[in-house]
Design a protein around this ligand. Structure first.
Ligand SMILES: C=CC1=C(C)c2cc3[nH]c(cc4nc(cc5[nH]c(cc1n2)c(C)c5CCC(=O)O)C(CCC(=O)O)=C4C)c(C)c3C=C
Ligand SMILES: [Fe+2]
Ligand SMILES: [Fe+2]
Length: 352
């Protein structure tokens, strides 16, 4: 059997004459909340050496032994608390699909196809790229849905695309979206959803806590620019909202394992606020383009319960950008900027 193949039902068009494809890539999520579904997802995710850099000879026995025995039960219960029952799927999947469908509408007059794929689980990046190639795309823009760069997210999403392309004799041309930590369209979208949420409250919060997914300190020390990217986002958002470091602090959530991660940690930071007289807060999680287990359960359930137990009165969760018009404006602006030279302008045919 040949190692190389070409996907698609018919011979592709000569390079530059086919359609342009946009591939949205998010992290991935389990297909169901049962033990084996969550275990399968976590096993793939936590076997990625971009995510866990420890030697596989040391890590795999720990992962396959204790972690994948204990964690799927706990995580499965958390997924059940936030599950989209209507569609019988995880919110991350619902919102990522919505983003792709709504972005498609913005390119409806053009020879552009939009698909979505997950780095771990389904639909896979390979399935999504095959769909684009079958639609006749010979040029693809890969958009990892992470505003702040990290090797554990952005790089591994791109890796997965190129891993698939390694099998092709005839590859499409590829562009990859850089992180957009302080892109004006991103900051505008965050400020817009924040203002909309605050407008629904009878009393404004005393503080808006920003909470980003954490990362091991060691990865940052080795050169991952993630922390700096998070700081750039928060600085730009504070400026847009006219807020200071004190009324919009930066924190990091979702720590995994015993190592030191980026600090301050969100949960103890928020639990300590009532003792400082801060009892009404809002929390924004700008690193997540879509609501997921980390935003809805870790912050919306666990951290909220700790805050209320410590004397807090109100914790308002600012929704992630999800499928909002602001999110689609952002994705469209990013895509159009990256597609220069591949598409003519906002409303006409793909450039030939
Ligand atoms: C070493 C472990 C992990 C690193 C490094 C890490 C980085 C990282 N992750 C995200 C975004 C998401 N992570 C999500 C879930 C999640 N993350 C880890 C571990 C690491 N993440 C675990 C074990 C889990 C699973 C949840 C659980 O079992 O409790 C999610 C949500 C997925 C969902 O289905 O809802 C997202 C999104 C970023 C941005 C990041 C690095 C900056
Ligand atoms: Fe994570
Ligand atoms: Fe978490």
């Amino acid at each position: 059997m040949s190692f190389l193949h070409i996907s698609g039902p018919s011979a592709p068009a000569p390079m530059g004459q086919g359609r342009v494809g946009i591939l949205l890539v998010n992290l991935g999520t389990p297909d169901d909340t049962g033990f084996s579904g969550v275990r399968r997802y976590l096993s793939e995710f936590l076997s990625d050496q971009r995510v866990i850099e420890a030697s596989p000879a040391l890590w795999q026995p720990i992962l396959q032994g204790i972690v994948l025995t204990v964690r799927p039960r706990r995580s499965g219960a958390a997924y059940r608390r936030i599950w989209n029952e209507e569609r019988n799927e995880s919110p991350l999947r619902t919102y990522t699909r919505e983003q792709a469908e709504r972005l498609t509408m913005r390119f409806s007059d053009e020879t552009v196809s939009v698909v979505w794929g997950m780095r771990y689980g389904t639909p896979s990046v390979a399935q999504a790229v095959e769909e684009l190639m079958t639609a006749g795309c010979d040029r693809i823009l890969c958009m990892p849905l992470y505003p702040q760069y990290s090797a554990t997210t952005t790089a591994t999403a791109n890796d997965q695309l190129f891993r698939f392309l390694m099998k092709l004799r005839r590859q499409p041309a590829i562009r990859t979206l850089p992180a957009f930590a302080d892109h004006p369209a991103y900051i505008k979208a965050l400020a817009g959803t924040t203002r909309q949420t605050l407008a629904t409250l009878s009393t404004p919060p005393q503080m808006i806590v920003t909470s980003f997914h954490g990362l091991p300190n060691e990865y940052v020390a080795k050169g991952d620019p993630y922390r700096t990217d998070c700081e750039r986002t928060v600085a730009a958002l504070r400026t847009a909202m006219g807020m200071t470091e004190d009324d919009m602090p930066l924190t990091f959530q979702s720590r995994f394992g015993p190592a030191k991660w980026l600090e301050p940690y969100t949960a103890p930071f928020i639990a300590g606020l009532p003792a400082r007289g801060i009892r009404r807060i809002a929390v924004i999680m700008p690193g997540f383009m879509a609501d997921c287990i980390e935003t809805l359960d870790e912050i919306g359930n666990e951290v909220r319960a700790e805050f209320l137990a410590a004397g807090g009165e109100e914790l308002t969760l600012i929704p992630c950008l999800n499928g909002s018009p602001e999110a689609i404006d952002l994705l469209e602006a990013l895509a159009r900027s990256e597609l220069q030279g591949w598409i003519v302008n906002s409303s006409t045919q793909s450039e030939r």
